[in-house]
Design a protein around this ligand. Structure first.
Ligand code: PEP
Ligand code: MG
Length: 597
């Protein structure tokens, strides 16, 4: 039977493929594809883990004190039996052999299948046996964690993955996927993503968008309603998922998929056309990247530089170990070299909130432990709390400037006291490099304007910083007191809110008056609903996912900022800016679905 599931559209386009369900409690087990010649090794890991766990259980049983209840020994017998049951380990091997999932992933996928079967049993006693299977899988996963898997590094491409993952495209379905896990799926075989939770500008959504893969988040019941291997249509424009579509519906979506591919190809022809408005205003279209491997794609998409390199993704998926200065330097240098002389803006780590570090979990700073993670030790606050680590990153950034044009960007500056500490740290990092005889060039320092306090003080920032970059994702979150990752308040997350627009306008005006460059690097920059509005507010620098550059460029080429200026001033005074902008600018403003609509 075909059903529809509704959620929040976060990454455009249509994806059609088979469901791969990942249990949320197991999203943080490694998920990667193994190459052809690794399949036997992976099956060997599974076998070895099974044998070890079986031995442990036998031993436990032998060591049971005589007074232990009889049921306990029987339970251990059941667990050993399950371990050897074809429906668990046998079927898991099939996932490894046919889909090339690593052992942990294959095991989670099979658990998902079995859990469903147990849930559907009428007999309560049998239904409760699900917990036994879960316990056995938990033991196996723990055992596997201690053995050597061969995961490709974060961001590395899984060569040939499409071939060995079988004919059918795959769509990932999960209750939630942390940004750290999501980044592992970059350049993987998934053609779409669906999660039960999440907001439009959560970092998970941002990473999905950066992959340019259709995605729907906040789809509430999706992971419960969808089963492994179901056929799915993900409509990333409308935020709809169609489960097991009828042939007619499928054909309709295949048609739409072809249409949007043609549209993309048409837009791509604009790649190398300079972005200049009708009234002759040159506009800088930059790329947001997460990993150095994204830099080449940014250039190909026609970016004239990187406006935001979210360096924190280098710090994730490392089991608590952090990249040292040389490793960071190499990553930054690779991005700089890939940009062939165009500027690369490296943001210092923005960890915390929905991007916790594994290391933080040890310090009880993880999302679930912190009282209010978005308001806690995040971004520059974390860097200043770890001065040694901060200087290490600054040294790595500075060193990369010996290979090209580098700017550094500081996230979440809110206090004037922080400004002094930032520049002291930079001075000290330079001094350390001088002593070590390591070369570096001139690196401009910019501040992200993403808390209202910073926007209100934007006129004071030019005294200290070379440029500013408006992080609208957080600026909206903090101005409106809306957790950007929480779908319960998603409807209140409004980029068109008059207060948000005023803060953006104020920042652009203050930077302009001081002759400082101002960029918008939040999701608004890549949303065509805002292009003319931002241009008319005076913005000339936009940084976005590379895949959005062509669409934004098309809007820039058709815009006349002189004509739009009066309307913008009027809309800034309005209590209902979105509606008024639509009325004043008609189809242009209505053409696309905005972040806030
Ligand atoms: C922002 O807040 O708008 C931004 C660009 O930073 P991030 O999305 O990484 O928080
Ligand atoms: Mg931010």
């Amino acid at each position: 039977m075909s059903i529809q599931v509704f959620g929040i559209p976060v990454s455009r386009g249509i994806a059609i493929g088979r469901a791969v369900l990942v249990a949320s409690s197991r999203v943080d087990v490694a998920h990667y594809f193994v190459a052809d010649d690794q399949v036997d090794h992976e099956i060997g890991r599974l076998r070895e883990a099974r044998d070890i766990v079986a031995r442990e259980l036998e031993e436990l049983k032998r060591e049971l004190p005589p007074e232990a209840p009889h049921e306990l020994a029987a339970l251990l017998d059941v667990h050993v039996m399950l371990l050897h049951d074809e429906s668990l380990t046998g079927a898991t091997k099939v996932w490894i052999r046919e889909r090339h999932y690593n052992a942990e992933w294959a095991l989670s996928a099979q658990l998902e299948v079995l859990a469903r079967q147990f849930d559907e049993m009428d007999d309560l006693y049998l239904r409760e046996r699900k917990a036994d299977v879960e316990q056995v899988v938990e033991r196996l996963l723990r055992e596997l964690a201690g053995t050597e898997g061969r995961a490709p590094g974060a961001g590395s491409s899984v060569q040939g993955a499409r071939d060995f993952a079988g004919e059918d495209p795959l769509v990932l379905v999960a209750n939630d996927v942390a940004p750290a896990d999501m980044i592992q799926f970059k350049r993987s075989v998934f053609t779409g993503f669906i999660t039960d939770v999440g907001g439009r500008t959560s970092h998970t959504a941002i990473v999905a968008r950066s992959m340019d893969i259709p995605a729907v988040v906040g789809a509430r019941e999706a992971s419960r309603l969808i089963r492994q291997d179901d056929w799915l249509v993900v409509d990333g424009d409308a935020g709809v998922v169609i489960v097991n579509p009828s042939p007619i519906v499928l054909e309709e979506y295949r048609f739409r998929q072809r249409q949007s591919e043609l549209e993309r190809a048409r837009l791509n022809r604009l790649r190398y056309t300079p972005a200049v408005t009708l009234d002759g205003q040159p506009v800088e279209l930059l790329a947001n990247i997460e990993l150095p491997g994204d830099a080449a794609g940014a250039l190909e998409a026609g970016a004239v530089g990187v406006g935001l390199f979210r360096s924190e993704f280098l710090f994730m998926n490392r089991g608590g170990d952090l990249p040292d200065e040389d490793e960071q330097f190499e990553a930054y240098r690779d991005a700089v070299l890939a940009l062939k002389g165009l500027p690369v803006t490296i943001r210092t780590v923005d960890v915390g909130a929905d991007k916790p570090l594994e290391r933080m979990s040890q310090q009880e700073l993880r999302h679930e432990h912190a009282l209010n993670p978005a308001l806690g030790l995040r971004a520059i606050r974390w860097s200043l709390a770890e001065p040694g680590m901060f200087r290490q990153q600054l040294r790595a950034i500075l060193r990369s400037s010996a290979h090209g044009k580098v700017r550094s960007l500081i996230p979440m500056v809110a206090q004037m006291g922080e400004v002094k500490m930032i520049f002291d740290a930079i001075a000290r990092a330079k001094q350390q490099l001088d002593v070590a005889g390591k070369p570096y060039g001139r690196v401009e320092v910019g501040a992200m304007i993403e808390v209202p306090a910073a926007a209100l003080l934007a006129s004071r920032f030019p005294k200290y910083f070379d440029f500013v970059s408006i992080g609208t994702n957080d600026l909206i979150q903090y101005t409106l007191a809306i957790d950007r990752a929480d779908q319960a308040v998603e409807h209140l997350y409004d980029p068109w809110h008059p207060a948000v627009l005023q803060l953006i306008q104020q920042t652009i005006a203050a930077a302009g008056a001081a002759g400082r460059n101002v960029c918008v690097c939040g999701e608004m920059a890549g949303d065509t609903a805002f292009t003319e509005f931002l241009l008319a507010m005076g913005l000339r620098s936009f940084s976005m996912h590379p895949a959005r550059i062509a669409s934004i460029k098309q809007r820039v080429l058709r815009a006349d900022t002189r004509q739009l200026r009066a309307q913008v001033l009027q809309v800034l005074e309005s209590d209902h800016p979105q509606e008024d902008w639509r009325k004043l600018c008609g189809p242009t403003a209505q053409a696309t679905k905005s972040l806030g609509s």
